[in-house]
Design a protein around this ligand. Structure first.
Ligand SMILES: CC(C)(COP(=O)(O)OP(=O)(O)OC[C@H]1O[C@@H](n2cnc3c(N)ncnc32)[C@H](O)[C@@H]1OP(=O)(O)O)[C@@H](O)C(=O)NCCC(=O)NCCS
Length: 436
């Protein structure tokens, strides 16, 4: 009885035939639609879903989001709890292996990641080829792809041990390449990793060390960066993660697949929104100008940057943590005056009918740019700061996909809208085509 209940019956009005397909975990299998045909020559029914608005491409046990209730969990743990109690590398372990590490496992994991932070010297030469004005994301994407040439063993993607080796290399080397790209834009000498330091302290060391014998990051700032990294570590099947899975499904090596995922993240619709928030706050200028700006948004002149989300229809839980972290950061750095404009924007927007009715709340990008700027990061580095921790998520998804016996090379279908077969006309007989 229970079995029959978990089914869907579809009637095809073209043929008056009914079909029953199973429902599993709230989904039907798109392939079950193929048996719905008008005749033996019919290919069978497909589902059409541009931008995957309602299509699950995999089964996953890594990250859970309930957008209506503002819930984000990694492997079952609420993001708030992880941000309060864990380090980024602890969370990276959780994403990768499914459980929080015991003390000994964490020590070994941190030690292994730390010992893979060095880059092959050839990457230095490679970096030198870029113009100084290059965007750090362009250099990061190219640098990660170049690692594929340095580690040909990474092509052994069917070997779980080799996969884990590459995962450690990638998590370890992302900050090193990112810092190198940043210093290249400034014309500063590259800084080698310091194995005494934590993951985020070492990243700050590679970014900002000058002539002092040992770089010491302010502990509050290193912790704030760690929290930021935890919040960005994964977000289920977003554009970059989907790219990682898609490219990885061709059994491409993980350095190239990660470069592709980072390329997706580089787009302004994906990882670039926090930069836009800063521009918007500068345009508003001061708290007094907020009501007029909100009025313009409601008149449809532009969107309120850092507000709204495809999945979250309530407060993005990450935005709440970042807002709190911002106050911690300002205890050490100068208070970023943009925070007052942002707080006023949030206050007015959350009371406004337009935003309430459209379920528009602050997302993760609303406050993250303000913190990063206060910490000394240039806006061009914001997406890089997102790519470093997201690498842990991409790789967890890549490994999950490689272990999934149902996964094949990703290859969507299309709904054909072109011409039927046409007769070839020799060039001397062709009329000029109408310009479109
Ligand atoms: C994130 C975003 C792309 C989600 O888009 P989406 O799920 O496709 O939602 P839509 O663009 O269809 O928006 C639905 C409605 O809310 C409105 N809306 C969405 N975000 C808005 C915003 N930030 N400011 C004002 N109105 C907004 C749309 O105009 C639309 O209104 P309508 O139904 O009256 O036409 C969108 O909210 C946005 O552009 N936000 C600003 C950029 C940003 O912060 N991006 C970072 C995301 S982490």
């Amino acid at each position: 009885m229970e079995k029959e209940k978990n089914t869907l019956t579809i009637t095809d009005n073209r043929t008056n035939q009914s079909y029953t397909v199973p429902i599993d975990k709230g989904a039907i299998r798109a392939m079950d639609l193929r048996k719905i045909k008008t005749g033996p020559d019919d290919f069978g029914l497909m589902s059409y879903d541009p931008a995957f608005m309602n299509t699950a491409s995999c089964q996953s046990s890594i990250t859970y989001i309930d957008g209506d209730r503002g819930i984000l969990r990694y492997r079952g743990y609420p993001i708030e709890v992880l941000a309060e109690h864990c380090t980024f590398l602890e969370v990276a372990y959780l994403l990768q292996f499914g459980n929080l590490p015991a003390e000994k496992e964490l020590k070994t994991w941190v030690n292994e990641i730390t010992h893979h932070t060095m880059l092959h010297e050839i990457i230095k030469d490679f970096m030198e080829g870029f113009r100084r004005v290059s965007h750090p994301m362009s250099m990061l994407v190219s640098g990660v792809a170049a690692l594929s040439a340095i580690y040909p063993d990474a092509k052994n993607v069917l070997d779980p041990e080799s996969r884990l080796h590459q995962i450690k290399r990638l998590i370890a080397k992302m900050p090193s390449i990112s810092a190198m790209a940043y210093r290249h834009t400034l014309g500063f000498p590259y800084v080698y990793p310091d194995n005494d330091l934590s993951y985020t302290e070492n990243f700050m060391n590679m970014l900002w060390k000058m002539v002092e014998p040992k770089y010491r990051a302010a502990p509050e700032l290193a912790r704030a960066l760690d929290v930021l990294f935890i919040l960005h570590a994964d977000h289920e099947q977003n554009c970059g993660t989907n790219t990682m899975r898609c490219v990885g499904s061709a059994h491409t090596d993980p350095f190239l697949a990660t470069a592709a995922a980072a390329a997706a993240l580089a787009g302004p619709r994906h990882g670039g929104a926090n930069e836009e928030v800063l521009k918007m706050l500068d345009e508003i200028g001061s708290k007094q100008n907020v009501p007029a700006y909100i009025k313009r948004i409601k008149e449809g002149h532009s969107k309120l940057m850092g507000f709204g989300h495809r999945i979250y229809k309530s407060y993005d839980p990450r935005a709440r943590i970042i807002k709190w972290t911002a106050e911690q950061v300002f205890q050490v750095t100068k208070r970023n005056p943009r925070i007052d404009v942002a707080l006023e924007l949030e206050r007015i927007a959350l009371e406004d009918d337009y935003f309430v009715q459209h379920k528009l709340y602050p997302n993760v990008d609303f406050y993250s740019g303000i913190i990063c700027q206060a910490m000394g990061f240039k806006p061009e580095m914001f997406t890089v700061l997102f790519a470093i921790p997201r690498t842990a998520g991409w790789l967890a998804h890549w490994d999950e996909m490689m272990r999934d016996p149902e996964q094949k090379i990703a290859r969507p279908r299309q709904v054909w809208t072109g011409e039927p077969e046409r007769r070839f006309v020799p060039i001397t007989e062709r009329a000029a085509p109408a310009l479109v």
